[in-house]
Design a protein around this ligand. Structure first.
Ligand code: KG4
Ligand code: ZN
Length: 338
């Protein structure tokens, strides 16, 4: 496909698709020189979820200091980067606009190439920022599990994807966040449930494993409703939070692992990659490893949740193929990866 894989690149990337304001500098799509993430979790915790207006305003306040910090940490100036990459979508429109406009300003001001990147592709490329990068051989199967997505992609080469399935309703992370709220756990629910589940009994409650026979698609809204019904049986003070958390998590993990294993067998992949915020989940990592006899890889926690290093890693492969965007680059809140 005309890739000059030996071409050296140094890319500054910006990510503002949801509630993390992030900037990073990455060399050759694999070596992180800096990776700055300003999380807004504390800001949104009071609302129990991400408040879009509040998110975009905070992005606008911190984006330039975050970019500055990324350059300083990497010990470089803007003139030393080959390209400015930015998340174009999917994500919240107001949040995406802040990042894209900042990237356009820098590209115009310093006469640097501009590249818009798909956020999901960024999560997929987070694996190229790990020590295992040199061992990756196509085809690989990537399960992207985050607050906004639950998608299975067969990747046959750099930039070549086949979407095998995705969620029909709630994303896995969204289910974790909603159930976390039902159980009175702090926002975001994912890490809180992960922690509560370590001292809970995963077989205390038998929650439904939805659409186990519907190809590679997922559904988590029925599971969320089942947990809600179960919580009504308890006095809020006497709720067995840890058992409910562990049983809910076991149901999510069971579905994710079953579908991923099936797809891995059907397509004869060399490895399974898990990416996105939910890939930080310890039970998911362990169950996936136990269920498969091919390598199962996942990024370190800082690269699971939203960050700009992964955007730079994905941008590298587009850049060396000669792809560029003009200053007309627009945000696409419902951008697909095909
Ligand atoms: O990738 P990410 O930062 O943002 C999106 O692109 O959506 O993912 C955030 C999601 C949240 O729903 C959060 O609850 C979930 O990832 N999450 C986890 C864990 N850490 C973060 N879910 C389960 N277990 C975890 N350890
Ligand atoms: Zn994400």
């Amino acid at each position: 496909m005309g890739i000059k894989s030996d071409m050296n690149t140094r890319i500054l990337a910006i990510e503002t698709s949801c509630d993390e304001t992030a900037a990073a500098v990455v060399e050759n799509g694999t070596a992180i020189l800096s990776n700055i993430v300003a999380s807004q979790i504390n800001l949104h915790a009071q609302y129990g979820g991400v408040f879009p207006e509040v998110a975009s305003r905070r992005h606008a306040e911190v984006i330039y200091p975050v970019i500055q910090q990324a350059l300083e940490t990497a010990h470089i100036g803007l003139d030393d980067v080959d390209c400015i990459a930015v998340t174009q979508g999917p994500g919240l429109v107001g949040s995406l606009l802040v990042g894209v406009n900042a990237a356009k300003g820098l590209a115009l001001g310093r006469n640097k190439p501009l590249l818009g990147v798909n956020h999901i592709e960024g999560h997929i490329y987070s694996l190229w920022l790990t020590e295992a990068a040199s061992e990756i051989e196509f085809p690989v199967l990537t399960l992207v599990v985050s607050g906004g997505h639950t998608e299975l992609y067969l990747m046959t080469d750099h930039g070549k994807y086949r979407h095998l399935g995705g969620t029909l309703d709630d994303a896995a992370g969204e289910a974790f966040d909603k159930v976390g709220r039902l159980l009175g756990l702090p926002f975001p629910g994912g890490p809180a449930i992960d922690k509560a589940a370590t001292t809970g009994n995963p077989t205390a409650f038998r929650f439904p494993r939805a659409v186990m026979d519907d190809g590679y698609n997922f559904s988590f809204s029925g599971l969320k409703t089942a947990v809600m019904r179960q919580t009504r049986h308890f006095d809020p003070e006497k709720m067995p939070v840890n058992d409910l958390a562990a049983s809910f998590q076991a149901a999510v993990v069971d579905v994710l692992v079953t579908k991923t294993r099936q797809a891995a067998e059907d397509y004869g992949v060399t490895a399974v990659h898990i990416a996105g915020g939910v890939s930080a989940n310890r039970a998911l990592r362990q169950a996936m490893q136990e269920a498969l006899d091919i390598p199962v890889r996942y990024p370190p926690p800082i690269l699971c949740t939203d960050n700009a290093a992964m955007i730079a890693a994905a941008a590298h492969w587009h850049f060396i193929q000669g792809q560029r965007h003009t200053l007309d680059l627009d945000v696409i809140p419902s951008l697909q990866l095909t």
